[in-house]
Design a protein around this ligand. Structure first.
Ligand code: SF4
Length: 62
């Protein structure tokens, strides 16, 4: 599965970073970085929760 972010919607509040810090990170300028777009399917439920928790609906799963 692939994680996508709409960087125009993201407001860098780090909710996703807190839930999955091995996948998401904020850089030194507070811009979201997806460290690993390709995430193991075994983590599908976890990633669905992260996507659902984004207050800006900026994340999606492909
Ligand atoms: S939870 Fe959503 S708005 Fe917050 S940093 Fe992650 S993608 Fe951006």
């Amino acid at each position: 599965m692939r994680i996508k972010a709409d960087f125009d919607l993201c407001e860098s509040n780090a909710v996703c970073v807190g839930m999955a810090p091995d996948v998401f990170e904020l850089d030194d300028n507070d811009y979201l970085v997806i460290l690993s777009e390709e995430v193991d399917d075994a983590r599908a439920e976890e990633m669905r929760q992260v996507v659902a928790s984004c207050p800006r609906s900026a994340l999606s799963i492909e």
